[in-house]
Design a binder for this molecule. Structure first.
Ligand code: SF4
Length: 357
């Protein structure tokens, strides 16, 4: 099996997918792509949340035309999502798109595929092959009876072979399914079958709550095995939430070096402060911190500082007076009403130290 570090590096704009342990987080806009203002606005929100690549649907010529103006106003690489229509792909490429998601086997006549590949080569644009369990080719469904991991990998290999025949290798592959065990198996088999970088995703995962759990289960399993060079968490929610979940997942596996992590206790009968609201406030506060700081928020000092020894900085609540601790050692006592503000100041100082080094 190819670990993500052994995959082929593929350039997407100013980023490289594959060939390293870096996993790039992406999302997709929910606006009409032709509505440039709304699309750019949403991309800026995504970028601020940590989105590194964004995909837009290019479902008509107006959308393909809009790419030029969108590109002028955003700095992260832009991907066009195209189904079947090679002319939309050509227009998107002409307008500066950084990556095209299109399945070469679905474009139609060979000349059309060749034209798209030629344009991609000339402009340094990679292609993502997007295999989806829900839309497998008819002959594969007939062969396998229903969508299986083998059928999905066979579909991917078919699309890959079309591109390889044209000496095109800037390929990224996804094998999405809504069924988590099926997606896991398909990605595992794909990682054994070829070394093109894999774009992970559990498609139609559901709402913010259920979709987060499903995505964490599926993508987490794969990330832990070294599979996946980029990923999109798909949620029926504001796409900014997809980025938040994706980044949290990467943090879980130590795959994000520019984000702070919160450790907070589950609370119990010993609780002495309003920990849940403090934890939420600090989580929101550290979401903007671009340094790998671990911050702990504990309800009391009983096991407090020691329980969060791995934290760089933290607080443990107590009635009237709480503790501020660093690496498990008590630094000082702080009046309860100043606990949160003092913690924020300490976080800022630590972030500054990281920024300087
Ligand atoms: Fe309970 Fe204190 Fe542990 Fe939180 S830190 S779970 S309040 S004992």
């Amino acid at each position: 099996m190819y670990h993500r570090t052994q995959t082929r590096p593929v350039k997407v704009g100013n980023l490289t997918i594959g060939g390293s342990d870096q996993v790039i987080v992406q999302s997709m806009t929910t606006t009409k792509t032709a509505d440039v203002k709304a699309t750019v606005e949403q991309i800026h929100r995504l970028e601020e949340a940590g989105c590194q690549i964004v995909r837009v649907t290019v479902n008509n010529m107006e959308a393909a035309e809009a790419i030029k103006e969108i590109k002028r106003n955003v700095s992260i690489p832009l991907v066009s999502d195209i189904h079947f229509d090679y002319k939309l792909a050509l227009k998107a490429i002409e307008n500066g798109i950084d990556k095209v998601r299109i399945n070469p086997g679905n474009i139609g006549k060979r000349e059309k595929v060749e034209e798209v590949v030629r344009a991609c080569k000339a402009n340094g644009v990679p292609i993502r092959i997007g295999v989806n369990a829900g839309s497998l080719e008819k002959h594969l469904l007939e062969k396998y009876g229903y969508p299986t991991a083998d059928a999905m990998v066979e579909s991917a290999l078919h699309h890959i072979s079309i591109l390889e025949e044209l000496d095109f290798h800037d390929i990224i592959v996804s094998l999405k399914a809504s069924n988590v065990p099926l997606a896991i198996e398909a990605y595992q088999k794909a990682a054994a079958a070829f070394n093109y970088p894999l774009h992970l995703g559990i498609t139609e995962a559901g709402t913010l709550f259920a979709g987060t759990v499903k995505s964490a289960a599926g993508l987490g399993t794969l990330l832990a095995q070294g599979i996946g060079s980029t990923m999109r968490v798909s949620l029926s929610a504001d796409p900014v939430e997809e980025i938040k979940v994706g980044r949290e997942l990467l943090k879980t596996f130590g795959l994000l070096s520019d984000a702070a992590t919160l450790i907070s206790c589950p609370t119990c009968g010993r609780i002495e402060i309003d920990l849940i609201s403090i934890a939420n406030e600090i989580e929101d506060y550290i979401s903007k911190v671009k340094a790998p700081i671990k911050v702990a928020v504990l309800g009391c000092a009983v096991n407090g500082p020691g329980e969060a020894r791995e934290a760089d900085i933290g607080i443990a609540g107590a009635r009237g007076e709480g503790l501020l601790f660093k690496h498990g050692e008590i630094a000082r006592k702080i009046p309860e009403e100043k606990l949160v503000d003092e913690l924020k100041k300490e976080i800022d100082e630590l972030a500054e130290i990281y920024a300087r080094t």
